[in-house]
Design a protein around this ligand. Structure first.
Ligand SMILES: Nc1ncnc2c1ncn2[C@@H]1O[C@H](COP(=O)(O)OP(=O)(O)OP(=O)(O)O)[C@@H](O)[C@H]1O
Ligand SMILES: Cc1ncsc1CCO
Ligand SMILES: [Mg+2]
Length: 286
């Protein structure tokens, strides 16, 4: 049996992955976890709608005065660096520290890391607050790992392939004791030892702003129902999101980013067991 185990006791069994993907998603839908999102102005709408369609309860709250209380009543926290400002970064750090104190999972989305010095420094500050999972595109992960100058980030977009950031992801995961996911044509997930590849999705997703941001919020929700198994939770959330895009493409005769954006939500809401069990392409690489 092909299996991989990481430092946090995470177990991913190759034969079980598409079925366990469905099971885990059903656990999310049954629990309907409250996911506290400190995100950016661009992503708020689509992120909240993705979480609702997938069966979660989203709340966007970023006030410095309120974030600790919000972490306390939530099941997971999402921190996104998209439209940052110093007061928001302070709130994000406070929230992340509270999540760690309470033993709640939290996920970092280092949007645009490498684009400007302030952004890189802020992302590194948050990384030091011990996220459970980091999810970024290839350029962001390269920049976060210190490959600055060669990461090729173009604002918030990647110019690198996900495969080029696998070693950076592994070293980040080992150094910071977290799981790192790099999205792209193939999504890679690692805890520093094991490497999982997820081959679901569509290139059209890169033309829907904040698709990646929303995906990171979905990872936060999956972490709630798989305590101690961030590698599995993350790869399963990636597969579900990518599958919803694949199914969404079937709905429109000539789909573009606008109709896919809507169809993605519909498919997250409507998707049934057969689509997940037959369509999730999760591979334990090593
Ligand atoms: N070439 C591709 N083929 C298939 N799926 C892709 C491709 N590129 C990206 N994706 C998928 O698109 C989704 C978003 O990933 P992406 O890397 O574009 O995030 P991002 O750059 O952080 O996006 P954003 O900043 O707009 O939120 C993921 O589900 C990923 O698997
Ligand atoms: C376009 C954009 N700018 C800041 S955040 C964001 C959403 C995609 O990351
Ligand atoms: Mg992004």
């Amino acid at each position: 049996m092909a299996a991989a185990s990481g430092p946090q006791g995470d177990q991913l069994q190759l034969e079980a992955t598409s079925e366990s993907c469905w099971q885990l998603w059903q656990a999310v839908r049954a629990k309907r976890p409250l996911v506290h999102c400190i995100t950016n102005f661009v992503s708020m709408d689509i992120m909240a709608n993705v979480l609702l369609a997938a069966g979660c309860s989203p709340a966007m709250a970023h006030s410095l005065d309120e974030v600790e209380s919000f972490v306390t009543i939530s099941s997971a926290l999402l921190v996104n660096m998209g439209t940052l400002s110093s007061d928001w970064v302070a709130a994000k750090k406070l929230a992340a520290k509270k999540a760690v104190e309470l033993g709640k999972p939290w996920v970092l989305d280092p949007v645009g890391c490498g684009a400007t010095p302030v952004r890189t420094a802020s992302c590194l500050d948050l990384l030091a607050c011990r996220p459970t999972v980091v999810r970024g595109n290839a350029s962001e992960v390269l920049a976060l790992a210190g490959a600055a100058g060669s990461s090729g980030v173009k604002g918030v977009d990647s110019t690198a392939a996900s495969g080029d950031a696998v070693e950076a992801a592994k070293s980040l995961a080992s150094k910071h004791g977290c799981v790192v996911a790099v999205s792209g044509e193939v999504d890679y997930v690692t805890d520093g030892q094991a490497l999982v590849a997820v081959r679901n999705g569509s290139p059209l997703l890169t033309l829907i702003t904040a698709a990646g941001c929303s995906l990171t919020a979905l990872i936060a929700a999956f972490l709630v129902v798989a305590p101690g198994q961030p590698l599995m939770a993350t790869s399963h959330a990636l597969a579900v999101f990518g599958l919803a895009a694949e199914e969404g493409l079937q709905l429109a005769p000539r789909p573009g980013p606008g109709s896919l954006r809507v169809a993605l939500l519909d498919c997250l809401h409507l998707m049934e067991r057969a689509a997940v069990v037959e369509g999730a392409r999760i591979e334990v690489v090593s």
